[in-house]
Design a protein around this ligand. Structure first.
Ligand code: HEM
Length: 149
């Protein structure tokens, strides 16, 4: 399950379910990099862009490589800072359902893969719809075959 956890993490780094988020400052404040924020201002961050930035993740930022989250010797999942891996937000308002979401996603992957083989056409590029949540306009065509044991 460590690899599945890493694969889901990687997928949500490239395709964060909440691609853009914004919050409103109750009071004037200063961000850690020195940027001043006035009372009542909205501050937005773009999780989709952050998950693909070489300045944050290195040269292979866009490569699908779940192994980067696994300890090379033990194969165990190594979490990154939520301020870098921002899919669930970070700080005091981090997603309260994060661990439950992982359990649900891993359960679904395990149940589906136990019974079926899935194949996605690697050349197909889904049209992404930007909204509060990241969606695919026309879905994702997948060939599903019952697994023969
Ligand atoms: C892949 C699934 C999920 C993702 C990507 C996700 C992402 C997020 C994000 C980005 C926020 C911050 C929103 C904001 O402050 O503007 C958030 C907050 C929250 N999430 Fe999730 N979430 C997921 C699943 C869940 C589930 C399954 C639950 C409940 C069982 C949950 C409960 C909450 C709650 C209660 C907050 C508000 C926390 C607070 O403001 O103090 N989330 N989530």
């Amino acid at each position: 399950m460590h690899y599945v956890h890493a694969a889901i993490t990687k997928s949500m780094r490239l395709y964060p379910p909440v691609p853009v988020n914004f919050l409103r400052a109750e009071a004037a404040d200063v961000l850690p990099d020195g940027t001043a924020v006035g009372a009542g201002w909205f501050v937005a961050y773009n999780s989709y862009a952050m998950g693909r930035m070489e300045s944050v993740w290195g040269e292979d930022a866009r490569a699908y490589r779940p192994e980067r989250w696994l300890d090379p010797a033990e194969g165990t999942f190594q979490p990154d800072s939520p301020f870098r891996y921002i899919a669930f937000h970070a700080g005091p308002r981090i997603c309260l359902g994060k661990e439950m979401a992982y359990i649900l996603m891993k359960s679904i992957v395990a149940c589906v893969l136990e019974e079926f083989e899935l194949a996605v056409d690697g050349a197909y590029r889904p049209r992404q719809v930007t909204s509060l949540t990241l969606r695919m306009a026309d879905g994702l065509p997948v060939t599903v075959k019952a697994r023969v044991n």
